[in-house]
Design a protein around this ligand. Structure first.
Ligand SMILES: [Cu+2]
Length: 210
């Protein structure tokens, strides 16, 4: 990976490659591993992407504000040997965050969240990333998760569940076998993150199987 970061903010920053095994000077923690990247400056990060799996990058400087305002992204490292992953037909990434108070899935709160779509029988891989500051137990109606990796590392023993707790900084990978047609609710099960007297909001989406 060679990433040229040009700071177009009006404040200093730095980018951390969360989950990667890289040399210390590329770890992106201002004041510890590098000077801050000042407004207008460019810093080049360079490292061999490893280990494979679902990882992420984000600001590691004034992070409450910068990550809260979206200075983040998934960092998906594909394995050389694709056979290490279970078989799947489609994949989806779900970034959990509290964007300065707004509870979001991929940057949007319900009803602006996009539903996930699958054909009956498809195996859908979900990659969950928690970039926020709270736990979010994600619950899918109708079909279980088959959880097979945590923080990119394959689990010695995959397991099934219908509510998967995702803590800040964690990544989880799960397969859903879309064998039940319908529009299935898919939401954080901390009720205050999903429903209020005015209806559903925040960390709510759906998996539509047809
Ligand atoms: Cu939540």
């Amino acid at each position: 990976m060679r990433v040229k970061v040009t700071n177009k903010l009006d404040q200093t920053t730095g980018v951390h490659w969360h989950g990667q095994r890289l040399t210390n000077d590329m770890d992106g923690v201002p004041f510890l591993t590098q000077p801050t990247i000042k407004p207008g400056e460019t810093f080049i990060y360079e490292f061999v992407a490893r280990p494979f799996g679902t990882h992420m990058y984000h600001s590691h400087h004034n992070a409450t504000e910068q990550v809260g305002r979206g200075m983040l992204g998934p960092l998906i490292v594909t394995p050389k040997d694709g056979g290490v992953d279970p078989r799947y037909d489609t994949e989806e990434v779900i970034v959990l965050n509290e964007q300065l108070g707004g509870l979001t899935l991929n940057g949007k709160g319900f009803p602006a969240t996009a539903p996930f779509m699958a054909k009956v029988g498809q195996r859908v891989r979900f990659r969950f990333l928690n970039e926020g500051q709270q736990i979010h137990p994600m619950h899918l109606h109708g079909m279980p998760f088959e959880v097979f990796a945590r923080d990119g590392y394959p689990l010695p023993q995959p397991f099934k569940c219908d509510t998967l707790n995702i803590a800040p900084g964690e990544r989880w990978d799960a397969i859903v076998v879309a064998d039940a047609p319908g529009a299935w609710a898919f939401h954080c099960h901390i009720l205050g993150h999903a429903e209020a007297s005015t209806g559903m909001f925040g960390m709510v989406t759906a998996l539509i199987v047809s």
